[in-house]
Design a protein around this ligand. Structure first.
Ligand code: 8ID
Ligand code: ZN
Ligand code: ZN
Length: 353
């Protein structure tokens, strides 16, 4: 098996924040004692990867860097301490590449909060390469009956929105507004919300995303933020009693919707912030926040249990992620479309092209 692993591989690399991206050959690395080497077949492209290349966040990244954290593939090598995953198994590289497993947060299965967490495609090289290393304890276990292209977006977008929906506390029959509904996280969020018995108001822009949300993803209504004259009024009006949604899942990449949500969320409602626009601040009127008893919180990816649960929803066939496959060589084109906000759903890269 090991002899089939090449010495060199194709990867998308950038040397400094701001780019440019270079599609080139780099060496394949050997896994450490507690690591696996995964032959990545497909990798989703998350807006986080673009934030990383732009240097949008106040968190240092590894340079030069191979981005990517929605990588699905096959285990081809493993370190001597790895006992519970075998060569030939299917596995996924997610944002949390590894964590210390010993700190206060890791002890409570809150490993995204681990101060020593390794982040795929950010502090360690990620899945925009053909052979990627990850800590065995954290790789997602993928059943062999799951197609590797379709499942890739679940490895970040799916886990994150599933966790965010749980954090919202919304119960079956209640209504959730998904802000940024036509993007990668937003489109999958509608599917998880439906599978969890929630009613969905989708908020985004343009006819392509509107059609996708209403006809494919199960939203009951769509509010176009680019044409609405009074967004707060339109979102409230989309609920039967006009009192607004019980929860708001913010997955947009601009600041404005983070300032608006408190105005349309229902009294006792919960606003879950997931998108991370560069330099953005939250703002909510104190008076309304108090008298409406609003909760505003952040939600950050998911732990290993959220991962297996999110994958289980997918495996049971109740989640369909809209995705388009292009070659790994075409990442720059995907980033151009992402910057323009014209991607409906997710792009998935085929690492063989
Ligand atoms: O763990 C986390 N918190 C986590 C995990 C994964 C991703 C957070 N994220 C973050 C990303 O870093 C990014 O900031 O979630 C955000 C969304 O990622 P994405 O879904 O991969 O991005 P996208 O596919 O570009 O979709 C964004 C959508 O937002 C819409 C756009 O039209 C697009 O469809 N949008 C914008 I820009 N402004 C909007 C507005 N005012 C809006 N939708 C509604 N109202
Ligand atoms: Zn992501
Ligand atoms: Zn830890």
């Amino acid at each position: 098996m090991v002899s089939q692993i090449p010495k060199m591989q194709w990867a998308q690399v950038f040397e400094k924040t701001g780019g440019p991206l270079e599609y080139k050959q780099i060496p394949v690395k050997q896994p450490g004692p507690d690591e696996v080497l995964i032959n990545i077949k497909f990798s989703g492209v998350c807006h986080t990867d673009l934030h990383a290349m732009n240097g949008d966040w106040p968190l240092a990244l590894k340079l030069p860097l191979v981005g990517g954290h929605e990588g699905a593939g096959v285990v081809v090598a493993k370190g001597e301490l790895v006992k519970d995953i075998e060569i030939g198994d299917h596995a996924g590289v997610k944002w949390i590449n590894g964590s210390c497993l010993a700190c206060d947060f890791c002890q409570q299965s809150d490993e995204p909060l681990c101060p020593h967490a390794l982040l795929s495609g950010y502090t360690v090289d990620g899945s925009f390469q053909q052979y990627c290393i990850a800590k065995a304890a954290h790789v997602a276990r993928l059943h062999k009956d799951i197609p590797l292209d379709a499942v890739a977006p679940v490895l970040c977008a799916g886990i994150t929105v599933y966790k965010g929906l749980k954090e919202s506390g919304a119960r079956p029959g209640q209504t959730v507004a998904i802000v940024g509904a036509g993007g990668g996280l937003g489109s999958i969020a509608q599917q998880y919300a439906r599978a969890m018995g929630l009613r969905v108001i989708a908020i985004d822009a343009g006819d392509e995303k509107k059609k996708m949300c209403l006809e494919q993803l199960g939203a009951e209504s769509f509010v176009d933020f680019s044409t609405s004259k009074d967004l707060v009024k339109d979102v409230k009006a989309a609920t039967e009693d006009g009192l607004g949604p019980h929860a708001v899942i913010l997955v947009a990449v601009t600041e404005k919707p983070f300032q608006q949500a408190a105005e349309y969320v229902r009294p006792r409602g919960v606003i879950v912030c997931i998108g991370m626009p560069a330099g953005a601040y939250l703002r909510a009127p104190v008076f309304e926040s108090v008298v409406k008893m609003i909760t505003i919180k952040g939600s950050y990816v998911g732990n290993r249990k959220d991962t297996s649960e999110a994958l289980d929803f997918y495996r049971r066939g109740v989640i369909k992620c809209p995705f388009k496959v292009v070659g790994l060589s075409e990442l720059k084109m995907v980033y151009d479309k992402m910057r323009a906000g014209t991607i409906a759903g997710r792009y998935v890269l085929d690492t063989s092209k």
